[in-house]
Each structure stands twice: as structure tokens, then as C-alpha cells.
Design a protein around this ligand. Sequence first.
Ligand code: IDP
Ligand code: MG
Length: 159
Amino acid sequence: SYIFQSAWTGVNERTFVAVKPDGVQRKLVGEIVRRFEKKGFKLVGLKLVQASEDILREHYWDLRTKPFYNRLISYMSSGPVVVMVWQGLEVVKTARKMLGETNPAESLPGTIRGDYCVEVGKNVIHGSDSVESAQREISLWFGPNELHRWRSSSSQWIY
Ligand code: IDP
Ligand code: MG
């Protein structure tokens, strides 16, 4: 699976995006999907899940020593999340720009966090911070049969 995933570069680069429980409650799923679709990225996986504590602890493993870690895990398990995989050229870096900064107060208007939230503890969306994190997060949240290969009819107008 590592060799398979290491082929996801260039126009096949993938990132993991999650609408957090506050984003789902606040009906931001459609708006967020709309932004990624209109940008020109290709949706290759999407599902609504109530995340287990196990998957969240693994997802946020690198933050386990932070003072807000336990609050973060309970926030992320406070309701269903919409997890998705988007594909396209430089999608990891571009998705992070579309999200804005971790702290919504530092996020510019026009970004998702800049437009739709106020507090770092309720910042509505997650996006992978590197290609390596994306590969790890995609294989944590999705099975191989949940990622779809399909030909987008608009790809020739995007690339
Ligand atoms: P990121 O989501 O922008 O990559 P990370 O530093 O990876 O930011 O932190 C993961 C998540 O943990 C953030 O999106 C936010 O929900 C939460 N978080 C980060 N820093 C704080 C904090 O100082 N207080 C409370 N929650 C935080
Ligand atoms: Mg992060």
C-alpha cells in the first residue's frame, strides 16, 4: 500500500479534509464541498462518520502532549464528521490555504476558517499539513474500496 500511495504526486496528489462536528452542525458541509469542487479538485472519497476515540487519538498522535489534546479529542467526537479525499495538482498546500490559519482570528476573509468561525477550539475543518500526513490520514480513515477512480469530464479544462 505504501508503494501504491507513493504514486500520488503531480495531478494525482491527494489530501485528507474533514468537516469537524461544529461544521456539520452549522450546515457548512455543502459550502465546503462547493469550494473544493469549484476550485477544480476532484472528489475521490467522502463519508459521514461518528469517529471513535481510537481513530481520533491516532489521527492527532503528534499533538498528544499538548494541553488541549483531551479537549480536542472530545470536541472531535462530539458529533459526526464528514471526511473526504480531494485530488489535484498541489492539493495539499492549496487546501491548507483554502482553510486559513489554525486560529480563525488569524485567518483572512475568503478562507474557510476566516469566513465561518471564531475560535481555535471550534475551527470547523481539518486539512492534512503535508503529503506524508495526507497519505497517513487517508489510509487511517478510508479503506481502499472507498477511494474511487473516475474520469472527470472537466479535467481537460483545468489542466
Ligand atoms: P491544524 O488543524 O491547522 O493543522 P494543529 O496545530 O494540527 O492545527 O491542531 C489541530 C487542531 O487542534 C486544530 O485545528 C484545533 O482544532 C486544535 N487546536 C490547535 N491549537 C489549539 C489551542 O491552542 N487550543 C485549542 N485547540 C487547539
Ligand atoms: Mg494539523
